[in-house]
Design a protein around this ligand. Sequence first.
Ligand code: NAD
Ligand code: ZN
Length: 357
Amino acid sequence: MQFRNLKLVDYVVYGRGSFNQLNEILAPHRKANAPMIFLVDHFFEGKALPNRVPLQGNDKIIFVDVTYEPKTTQVDKLAQELKEEFGTISGVIGIGGGSAMDLAKAVGLMMNNPGSSADYQGWDLVKCAGVYKAGIPTLSGTGAEVSRTTVLTGPTRKLGMNSDFTPFNQVVLDPELCKDAPVNQRFYTGMDCYIHCIESLTGTFLNEFSKSYGEKALQLCREVFLSNEDWNETSDDKLMMASYAGGMSIAYSQVGVAHAVSYGLSYLLGTKHGIGNCIVMNHLEEYYPEGVAEFKQMVEKNHIDIPQGICKGLTEEQFDTMMNVSLGMKPLWENALGKNWESIMTREKLRALYGKL
Ligand code: NAD
Ligand code: ZN
């Protein structure tokens, strides 16, 4: 038995207004003539937040377009431009949802590793530590703030740069930054966390480490999404910690069916992670009966419409592509269905499931 030796984030600060400590937090990591680069979600362009970024010397804010999930080409271009403009940099700080945080992790790694980020999509392929990296979520749910991966769409696959060099050196968890998130987006990203909990807690890889974080995250998700009160500051406070704990739970177990199927959607159709997971979860009664019933309650309570019929009109070749991507996620299936998963999730069964979405 080989036990996972889990690399964690080095430093965590939590609290409303903790963003104001950023200057102090970054100070010891500044190197002479090497700027801090802030990759800020384009939503914040023209808003108040960029004015609060503690710029010094030749520091730079780059607004990143997260309309589509991060691509290896986007990462390579950002890293190349930074190398050309500055030579070296002191660090990269990602401010935004999972997309901006993943971009920051990947660009930070690519500042010190040769070639293309596509060369490192997989497990433990990254050879050198990147530059200093910090993550500051403005949406709660993905767990990207704690994970050892950065999910990228590359030329041949959608896969993370999973490595011990990938986790952030610092995260700043300031729930105040989530206050303007649109209702739907907040729900979809929040449900990513809820689904992490269900997949982890019902999976065959479950252990007390994952369980202790998963149960807490699940409780917080319930308090937030099944509450009779309107959304308020406490909801954001709780959901930010749910995301963190949910991320810790899957870090020591694995996700399951919703993620495996949703990866196929996102590869072929570009469906974003949070909404894709919701579209799939809506049809997973057979695998997660209680989780799906509660998920539907949350959907109703929060007046969310989950898109239907997104696979209508696709060709058999396209279904095949999605199935190949999905069935390639072996650890996810094994966690969900056990060692015998291939005899349970046959191509016919998966084809029928995609047909319903
Ligand atoms: P996102 O980062 O893709 O952002 C979704 C939308 O919300 C964007 O339009 C963005 O501009 C906007 N937004 C962000 N913060 C906002 C705010 N405070 N107010 C208003 N709008 C805001 O969404 P996400 O669900 O957080 O992240 C999804 C991404 O995370 C995917 O690329 C997925 O692959 C990745 N992911 C990574 C991991 C990991 O472990 N690294 C885990 C899960 C998902
Ligand atoms: Zn997820």
